[in-house]
Design a binder for this molecule. Structure first.
Ligand code: SAM
Length: 281
């Protein structure tokens, strides 16, 4: 049976521009693009930008399997949060991380929960209220204005967000202003190099691409945590921070699978991969 060309085209476009992260088709790697793509709208430094995940899909962010796939407590432990700290969950969605972080900061500390979709912030507020969490401050941002205070943040956590910022340079400029001199970004993205991670390539990032984009915008690498099942974790600080910079440790599948506890630069935890990480969601 012959399938009409317009049906194939529509199918291709819906796969390409779908805002789900599920694996439905192999896409060409975003980092394979040529340098001439840099100036194209929708591209940044050779990487194709993913579409913003809509609030209509917010339930996916609190799916039961997420605990197993991401082991969020390991990430939070690696941050070594202290009471009184000012932390931002940037692109917080419905607050999967903001709500988990809040208790570590105590009454003096605060989570700025930033998102560009009011609907996500409404869901976050409902979830905070239901759990009696009251040190999370919802902040509605735009690409131009993050709504964050200047020179103040100890940590800015960005989980599964960076790859979908429509103007990464502009947002990184805003973030840089908000960090205090010792403040750090924890940038968390699904590993592009890892073919067993069942997430669309457009929603993953490679180590080299993350380094390229952050260093181009006034940040230096000050730590790395390799203990999560599916994600890279980079710690970046302002390039004028007194924190010393560190060399990137290249991710290797065999290392993560065979090594026991990972003595990550800037953190420590055990780095075992999940046995079922190859399945598609
Ligand atoms: C895939 S969701 C991840 C949500 C959350 N970080 C989590 O891990 O559950 C990405 C979120 O980033 C938000 N976002 C995208 N661009 C943004 C921007 N420029 N500023 C703030 N939030 C943004 C989206 O609205 C969406 O809620």
């Amino acid at each position: 049976m012959r399938i009409p060309l317009f049906v194939l085209l529509a199918l291709g476009l819906s796969i390409l521009f779908s805002d789900t992260h599920q694996v439905v088709a192999e896409e060409s790697s975003a980092t394979e693009s040529s340098e001439k793509d840099i100036a194209k709208p929708g591209w940044y430094l050779g990487r194709r930008i993913a579409r913003t995940m809509s609030f209509h899909g917010a339930d996916w962010l609190i799916r039961n399997s997420r605990e197993r796939e991401e082991e969020p407590q390991k990430l939070i432990d690696a941050l070594k949060l202290k009471p009184g700290q000012q932390v931002c969950d940037f692109g917080c969605g419905n607050g999967f991380y903001a709500i988990r972080i809040a208790p570590s900061l105590g009454v003096q500390g605060k989570v700025y929960a930033v998102d560009i979709q009011q609907e996500m912030l409404d869901l976050l507020e409902q979830r905070c209220k239901a759990r009696g969490v009251n040190n999370v401050l919802p902040v509605l941002a735009t690409e131009e204005d993050s709504g964050l205070p200047s020179d103040q943040l100890d940590w800015l956590l960005m989980v599964d967000v960076y790859h979908e910022l429509s103007d990464p340079g502009k947002v990184l400029g805003e973030i840089r202003k908000s960090l205090n001199p010792r403040g750090r970004i924890a940038l968390v993205e699904y590993r592009e190099e890892d073919l067993t991670v069942p997430i669309k390539p457009l929603h993953k990032m490679s180590q080299s691409q993350a380094m390229k984009e952050l260093t181009a915008n006034g940040f230096k690498l000050v730590g790395q945590f390799d203990g999560l099942p599916w994600q890279h974790v980079f710690f970046f600080a302002r390039d004028d921070s007194p924190r010393p910079s560190v060399q990137l440790r290249a991710w290797k599948a065999s290392e993560i699978e065979s090594e026991g506890p990972q003595d990550a630069i800037g953190g420590a935890a055990d780095g075992k991969k999940q046995s079922d990480s190859g399945r598609s969601r």
